[in-house]
Design a protein around this ligand. Structure first.
Ligand code: NAP
Ligand code: G4F
Length: 346
C-alpha cells in the first residue's frame, strides 16, 4: 500500500485528491492547520463519524519546519503533494510577507525535509508542487512550459519562488520533484471568495430572495477555467510518470468573468445585468488580464485530458449553490440565518 502526505488537505484540491488517492488504495495523511473554528468541512465525509480507515489527519503548518520535518521523517511517505498555500491573489497584497513565507518558503521547508530523509535513508519521496498560471502574469497568451514568467502579485512571486526551488531540488539532489502549473480550476467546493464561486453562490441566493445584488471587480479578465476533479488526476499522473519534470494543466479555452456571470445567471432564468454591479474595491493593484494554457504536451505525455466543459462546470456549481440557497431559505424563514460575513474586499 502506497502512502501519500498532503498539505492543504482541507482545501478544494486537497479534498478531491484525497478521494482519488483513497479510491486507488493509498494510505493518506493530511496536514491540517489548527483553527478556532472547524475547517474540515470539505473532507468531513471522509474523516467525520464514519471515518475512512486509510485517512489520518495531523496538525501542522507550512510555516513550521520542525513539525513538517518530523512528519515526513516519521511517515516516510512515497509521495508528498504540496497543495497548501495562502491561495487568494487579492489577499496576498494585504498579507505579502505571510504569503511569501507559507506559499513560497513553505515549499523549501518540505523539499529540505524530503532531502534529509532521502540522504539519510536512501528512501525516495516523490514531490508535487502546486504551481500556478498566475506566475505568467502579464505574459501574452497562450502560455506553456516555454513561456517566461512575469508575476503580478505577492502570491504569484511566492509561487515563482516555489517553482524554482522545486526545479532546483530536482537538479541538485535528484529528488523526483514536479511542478504542475495549473490554470484556474473550480468546483462546488471552491472557496466562496474566488470569482466563480462568488458568482454561483450569488445566483442561488438572488434566485431564492436572500440577496439583491452581486458586486464584482474586473469583468473583462479572462481565465482558462477547468474542473478541480479533472486537475487532481493530472497531479496524480505526474508522480506516476517515469521522469520527473514540469507540466501545464489547462483546458486550452478562456472566457471572461462577464461570460461566466452571464451563463450562470441564465441557468436560473435571470438576466445578469439586472444584478451585477462593478465595485472598484474588487479591482487588483496589478491585474492578470488573460490566462490561456496550452495543455497539449501534458495530454500527450500523461494521457490526461480535461473531462468537464465550461458549461458543465457552471451547471454543476449553480446546481449545488441553488440547493444550498434553498436550505438557507428554509433557515431564514424559520428566523435563523447563516452568517456570510467575510472581510468583504475579496
Ligand atoms: P484552497 O482551497 O485555498 O486550499 C488551500 C489549502 O491550504 C487549505 O487546506 C488551507 O487550509 C491550506 N493552508 C493555508 N495556509 C496554510 C498554512 N500556513 N499551512 C498549511 N496549510 C495551509 O486552494 P485550492 O484551490 O485547493 O488550491 C490548492 C493549491 O493549488 C494551492 O497551493 C493554490 O495556490 C494552488 N493553485 C490553485 C489553483 C486553482 O485555480 N484552484 C490554480 C493553480 C494553483 P485551511 O482550510 O485551514 O484554510
Ligand atoms: O477567482 P479569482 O480570485 O482567481 P485568480 O486571481 O485567477 O487566482 C486563482 O487562480 C490562480 C491560477 O491562475 C491560482 F493560482 C490562485 O490560487 C487562485 O486559485 O479571480 C479571477 C479573475 C481576476 O482577474 C479577478 O480580478 O476574476 C476577477 N474578478 C472580478 N471580480 C474577481 C472579482 N475576483 C474575485 N476574487 N472577486 C471579485 O469580485
Amino acid at each position: 500500500m502506497k502512502t501519500a502526505l498532503l498539505t492543504g488537505v482541507t482545501g478544494q484540491d486537497g479534498s478531491y485528491l484525497t478521494e482519488l488517492l483513497l479510491e486507488r488504495g493509498y494510505m493518506v495523511h493530511g496536514i491540517v492547520r489548527r483553527s478556532s473554528t472547524f475547517n474540515t468541512n470539505r473532507i468531513d465525509h471522509l474523516c467525520g463519524e464514519e471515518a475512512h480507515p486509510h485517512l489520518t489527519l495531523h496538525y501542522g503548518d507550512l510555516a513550521d519546519s520542525i513539525a513538517l520535518s518530523r512528519l515526513i521523517n516519521t511517515l516516510q511517505p512515497d509521495e508528498v503533494y504540496n497543495l497548501g498555500a495562502q491561495s487568494h491573489v487579492k489577499v496576498s497584497w494585504d498579507q505579502a510577507e505571510y504569503t511569501a513565507d507559507v506559499t513560497g518558503v513553505g515549499v523549501l521547508r518540505l523539499l529540505e525535509a524530503i532531502r534529509d530523509v532521502q540522504e539519510r535513508t536512501g528512501k525516495g519521496i516523490r514531490f508535487y508542487q502546486a504551481s500556478s498560471s498566475e506566475m505568467y502574469g502579464s505574459t501574452a497568451p497562450p502560455q506553456g512550459l516555454a513561456t517566461p514568467f512575469h508575476p503580478r502579485s505577492p502570491y504569484a512571486c511566492a509561487k515563482v519562488y516555489g517553482f524554482w526551488q522545486t526545479v532546483n531540488h530536482r537538479e541538485s539532489y535528484d529528488i523526483f520533484a514536479c511542478n504542475g502549473i495549473l490554470f484556474n480550476h473550480e468546483s462546488p467546493r471552491r472557496g466562496e471568495t474566488f470569482v466563480t464561486r462568488k458568482i454561483t453562490r450569488a445566483v442561488g441566493r438572488i434566485k431564492m430572495g436572500l440577496q439583491k445584488k452581486l458586486s464584482l471587480g474586473n469583468l473583462e479578465a479572462r481565465r482558462d477555467w477547468g474542473h478541480a476533479r479533472d486537475y487532481v488526476e493530472a497531479m496524480y499522473l505526474m508522480l506516476q510518470h517515469e521522469v520527473a519534470r514540469d507540466y501545464v494543466v489547462a483546458t486550452g479555452t478562456a472566457y471572461s468573468v462577464r461570460e461566466f456571470a452571464q451563463r450562470a445567471f441564465a441557468l436560473v432564468d435571470l438576466d445578469w445585468e439586472e444584478y451585477v454591479e462593478v465595485n472598484p474595491k474588487f479591482f487588483r493593484l496589478a491585474e492578470v488580464e488573460h490566462l490561456l494554457g496550452d495543455p497539449q504536451d501534458t495530454c500527450d505525455t500523461l494521457g490526461w485530458k480535461p473531462q468537464t466543459s465550461f458549461d458543465q462546470l457552471i451547471e454543476e456549481m449553480v446546481e449545488t449553490d441553488m440547493e444550498m440557497a434553498r436550505r438557507e431559505r428554509v433557515l431564514h424563514d424559520a428566523g435563523l440565518s447563516l452568517c456570510l460575513a467575510g472581510v468583504g474586499n475579496e
